[in-house]
Design a protein around this ligand. Structure first.
Ligand code: GDP
Ligand code: MN
Length: 379
């Protein structure tokens, strides 16, 4: 789950990271009032789950409350990378001397939190990594010990030479590490971490992603979810109890079990196709889940064919077949469906499908190669 900048800032602030004061506004009037309260030049920042807001025109300086209202009226409602801006953050503008990057991610290779810092901040860190990789310092942290003081200093010395700034940055990194661990984050990033002409070190932007698995034991974090900022298909899937991730391909997949879903996607790729999604209907046998799955998949205009791959165990294949039957009676599905099912109540399932003029395959390779061929014909 991605947090908005204003939510991530609050977590950093609570942990003692220096961030400028400020608040969010949903209307130009609220933004104007905030600007008046803050006084002086402010920054108006679009709150959407996307980077590069600055480049997209979603981060603007405003000198007066009236100008703040005007800028807020332009930014609110704006689309950035396909996401609509519903809120803006209004903060006092900082004078910037330098911009650095400080990030912490959970790295699967080293199985550790890894710090990445660069004196070339402000811009896309991916670009720095591609063009000038020597400007990035990486440091895996042993979770048994946490970020040790000398490690924090080494990271900070990569950014600054002034010892006061080095100490301030090292302190910020210790606190960022704490925020990362204590909130079950998979990513925590400050970009830019700035120095002011007066020598202060400040976090001017914050991005934090929380591991979804953390949310059951942390209702306070779960509450921060903003469904209006998320992909509607993923929101609908979560509500329906489905595990769903949208992908870029055109073969819709309905599978039971995460492992089988992964294997199915691999096989779709193996036969030359591209999966449109990862979808796990889970172990329970509920025809409603199938109906919801089909609703979500058919709402995606890039889907050209749908593959069911069901290995019946706890999941009864006749329940899945009934789900397909119910869905087809409820709404039109304009793309071909290929069903592979085997296991619990397979005979009943085949009968149900035959009753609505469908056939079921039992071989996984056959079903996958067939659905990929169908997509090829539709192209
Ligand atoms: P992003 O583009 O989505 O990463 O949004 P940021 O919050 O990182 O802002 C983008 C850029 O706007 C920063 O790299 C800064 O150059 C600039 N910016 C943000 N806040 C301030 C501020 O308080 N003062 C000044 N002068 N520039 C700012
Ligand atoms: Mn940024």
């Amino acid at each position: 789950m991605n947090l908005h900048e204003y939510q991530a800032r609050a977590l950093l602030k609570a942990a003692g990271v220096p961030v400028p004061d400020g608040d969010v506004a949903s209307t130009p009037g609220e933004a104007e009032a905030l600007s008046r309260r803050i006084g002086g030049t402010v920054v108006v920042k679009a709150q959407v789950h996307a980077g590069g807001r600055g480049k997209a025109g979603g981060v603007k300086l405003a000198k007066t409350p009236a100008e703040t209202a005007d800028i807020a009226s332009h930014i609110l409602g704006m689309q950035i990378k396909g996401l609509t801006v519903h809120k803006v953050l209004v903060v006092p503008a900082a004078d910037i001397a330098t911009e650095a990057y400080v990030g912490l991610i959970l790295d699967r290779d080293s199985q550790r939190p890894v710090f990445m810092v660069s004196p070339a901040g402000g811009i896309d860190i991916e670009e720095v990594a591609a063009k000038t990789p020597d400007k990035i310092l990486r440091l895996p942290v042993d979770p048994r010990f946490g970020l040790l003081p000398h490690q924090a200093m080494a990271l900070a010395f990569f950014l600054y030479t002034d010892i006061k700034q080095v100490r301030a940055a090292a302190d910020i990194m210790q606190r960022l590490y704490k925020v990362f661990v204590e909130n079950g984050a998979s990513l925590a990033e400050i970009n830019p971490l700035v120095t002011t002409p007066a020598g202060q070190v400040l976090a001017l932007d914050a991005k934090i992603s929380i591991d979804d698995n953390e949310l059951d034991r942390r209702p306070d974090l779960a509450e921060l979810r903003d469904e209006t900022a998320e992909d509607p298909a993923e929101v609908a899937a979560r509500r329906a109890g489905l595990t769903f991730i949208k992908l870029d391909g055109n073969v819709g997949c309905v599978v039971n079990g995460a492992g089988l879903a992964m294997a199915t996607m691999d096989l779709v790729k193996y036969y030359g196709g591209e999966p449109a999604n990862f979808l796990d209907i889970g172990g329970s046998s509920n025809p409603d889940k199938v109906v919801n799955a089909l609703k979500i998949i058919t709402a995606d205009p890039s889907v050209r064919a749908i593959l069911f791959n069901i290995f019946g165990g706890i999941t009864r294949t006749d329940d899945v077949a009934n789900g397909i039957k119910t869905a087809l009676a409820q709404f039109p599905v304009k793309v071909p469906i290929v069903v592979r099912l085997t296991g619990t109540n397979e005979k009943e399932a085949v009968k149900i499908l035959q009753g609505i003029g469908m056939t079921a395959l039992s071989d996984m390779d056959e079903a996958v190669s067939k659905v990929v061929a169908l997509v090829g014909e539709a192209a």
